[in-house]
Design a protein around this ligand. Structure first.
Ligand code: ATP
Ligand code: MG
Length: 451
C-alpha cells in the first residue's frame, strides 16, 4: 500500500455521503459483515462514519468477493469503488468495490465492541485499545475534544495567556497529605496536586492566564467521580475577586455547552444525550444549608454532601449553581477571608456584632455544582504575606514551609482570583456518565496503571 497515494486520494466516509464524485477510495475498520446468498455486505468504519460496501457474486471480481467473505471484524481494509445511491443501505449510499485490500487482520475480539457492548467497564478498560474502536467511546472523546478546545479558545480570544506549568514540585502546594512521592535523584519530591501556586505567581506578573494541566492525588478511595490522575481547566485573573471569576465561569460553561451542541450533534444523538445551555444560580453556602434543611437533606458544616449536590440538581435542573460565601474552614489556607485585609485586625473578637462574627467565619471561596456534581472550586486568593502567614498558622501549618510561596507576594502582588474545572469530571457531568473512568482515555486509579 502506497500511503502517500492513499493519503492524497482517500475520502473520509462522512464525505462519501456528500460527494458527487462516483469513484472513491476509502480505508477503515470492518465494523460488521453479512452474507446473503450471492451478496456480501461489509460495513466500513472510519473515524468520521460508517458506509456499506456491497458485492454481488459475478458482478465483482471473484477474489474481492472471497476476501470480503473471509475478513474478520475490526480488520483494517482499503476499498476503491463506485458510489451508488441505495435505499436499503444505511445513509442511503453504498460502495461497489473494484479493489479490496486487507491491510491488517484482526484476531478474534476479546471484548464486545458493538455500540451497546455487553462487556463490563473494567474489562473494557483492560482492553481500552479495542474499546476505543467503539463509536460510543469515540463519541465521548470527540465531545471532550470540543470541551477542551472551546475552553482554551474562549479565554485565549479574551487575551488570557496560555501557560504550561510544572508537574514536579518540591513541597505540598495545599498543605494536604494526598501527594504521590517521586524519587528525584537523591531527593524526595512530589507530583503536583494542583497548579495553584504557579497560577498565582503568573497572575501576579502577567495578569490573566489559562491552562489545562494534569494533577495527581494520592486519594485511596475508590469512587465513581475521582481519579488519581486528572486534568484541570484553570484560570487565574489579576485585579479580580470571586464574583468576577464566577462570571467568567458562567460565560465559559455556557460557551462550551453551546459549542458541544453545535459541533457534536451526531455524538450526542449516539449517546442519547439532550443538552441545553445551562441557566445559572448564585446562592450563599448559608442559603443552600437552609434549603437543604427544609428538604431534610444532610449537609456538612463546611462542605456539601453528594446528596446535597444531587438535590440542587433536582431543584434547579439544567442550572449551574454557584455556591459562594463558603465557610473558611472548608477552604484551603490560601483563600481570602470574606473580610479581606480587615480580618488581620479582627483577631480579637471583642466588639464585633453577631453579623460581623458570622462574616469572620466566611471566605471568598466557592464551588460550582452542575448536574448534581461539584465541577469546580475556586475563589479570591490571599495576596497579603502577613495574612497568608496568619491563615497558615490557623490551619496548623508552618509558614516556614511556605517561605517561597509567601515571598512571591512581597514584590508587587495585585489582588487575584481563579478556579479550576476538572475536564473529566465536567465531561462526566455533561454526558451523565455513571463512572468518571468513561471520561478519561487511560484512567489511573488505585488499581489501574495499564494500559
Ligand atoms: P472533590 O470534593 O470532588 O473531591 P476537590 O474539592 O478535592 O474535589 P479541587 O481541589 O477543588 O477538588 O479540584 C478542582 C476540580 O478538579 C474539582 O471541582 C473537580 O472537577 C476536579 N477534581 C478534583 N479532584 C479530582 C479527582 N480526584 N478526580 C477527578 N477530578 C477531580
Ligand atoms: Mg473542590
Amino acid at each position: 500500500m502506497n500511503l502517500k497515494k492513499l493519503n492524497e486520494k482517500r475520502v473520509l466516509v462522512k464525505d462519501v455521503f456528500n460527494l458527487k464524485s462516483k469513484r472513491v477510495e476509502v480505508a477503515g475498520w470492518v465494523h460488521n459483515t453479512r452474507g446473503l446468498g450471492k451478496i456480501r455486505f461489509l460495513l466500513l468504519r472510519d473515524v468520521s462514519g460508517i458506509i456499506q460496501i456491497t458485492a454481488v457474486k459475478g458482478k465483482v471480481d471473484d477474489k474481492i468477493f472471497k476476501s470480503m467473505d473471509n475478513v474478520s471484524r475490526e480488520s483494517v481494509v482499503y476499498v476503491k469503488g463506485f458510489v451508488k445511491d441505495s435505499k436499503q443501505a444505511p445513509g442511503g449510499r453504498e460502495i461497489v468495490p473494484e479493489e479490496f485490500e486487507v491491510l491488517s487482520f484482526a484476531e478474534e475480539l476479546v471484548i464486545d465492541v458493538s455500540e451497546h457492548s455487553k462487556t463490563e467497564l473494567p474489562k473494557r478498560l483492560d482492553w481500552r485499545c479495542l474499546d476505543l474502536h467503539r463509536t460510543r467511546t469515540q463519541a465521548i472523546f470527540k465531545i471532550q475534544s470540543t470541551i477542551g478546545s472551546a475552553f482554551k479558545n474562549y479565554f485565549v480570544d479574551k487575551g488570557f495567556i496560555d501557560v504550561q506549568l510544572p508537574s514536579l514540585i518540591s513541597a505540598s502546594s495545599e498543605g494536604g497529605t494526598e501527594l504521590f512521592e517521586v524519587k528525584y535523584f537523591e531527593k524526595k519530591i512530589y507530583l503536583a496536586q494542583s497548579p495553584q501556586l504557579y497560577k498565582q505567581m503568573l497572575a501576579c506578573a502577567m495578569e490573566n492566564i489559562v491552562t489545562i494541566t494534569p494533577v495527581w492525588r494520592a486519594e485511596k478511595h475508590n469512587t465513581v467521580r475521582h481519579l488519581n490522575e486528572c486534568r484541570q481547566m484553570d484560570i487565574e485573573m489579576a485585579f479580580a475577586d470571586a464574583k468576577i471569576v464566577l462570571k467568567e465561569m458562567e460565560g465559559v460553561v455556557k460557551y462550551i455547552v453551546g459549542e458541544v451542541i453545535k459541533k457534536n450533534k451526531a455524538e450526542l444523538d449516539l449517546l442519547g444525550v439532550k443538552l441545553k445551555v445551562p441557566k445559572t444560580k448564585y446562592m450563599t453556602f448559608k442559603e443552600v444549608a437552609e434549603l437543604m434543611k427544609k428538604h431534610k437533606v444532610k449537609i456538612g458544616d463546611d462542605d456539601l454532601t453528594g446528596e446535597a449536590e444531587r438535590k440542587l440538581d433536582e431543584l434547579f435542573s439544567d442550572t449551574l449553581v454557584f455556591v459562594y460565601d463558603w465557610p473558611m474552614k472548608g477552604k484551603p489556607f490560601y483563600i481570602m477571608p470574606k473580610q479581606g485585609q480587615e480580618s488581620l485586625r479582627t483577631s480579637s473578637k471583642r466588639g464585633q456584632s453577631k453579623a460581623e462574627k458570622a462574616d469572620a467565619e466566611l471566605s471568598e471561596g466557592f464551588d460550582a455544582i452542575y448536574k448534581g456534581m461539584e465541577i469546580s472550586s475556586g475563589g479570591q486568593r490571599i495576596h497579603i504575606p502577613e495574612l497568608l502567614e496568619k491563615r497558615l498558622k490557623a490551619n496548623g501549618l508552618n509558614p516556614k514551609d511556605f517561605k517561597n510561596y509567601i515571598d512571591s507576594f512581597k514584590f508587587g502582588a495585585p489582588p487575584h482570583a481563579g478556579w479550576s474545572i476538572g475536564i473529566e469530571r465536567f465531561t462526566q457531568a455533561l454526558l451523565g456518565l455513571p463512572n468518571i473512568r468513561e471520561a478519561v482515555l487511560f484512567p489511573r486509579d488505585k488499581d489501574r496503571l495499564t494500559p
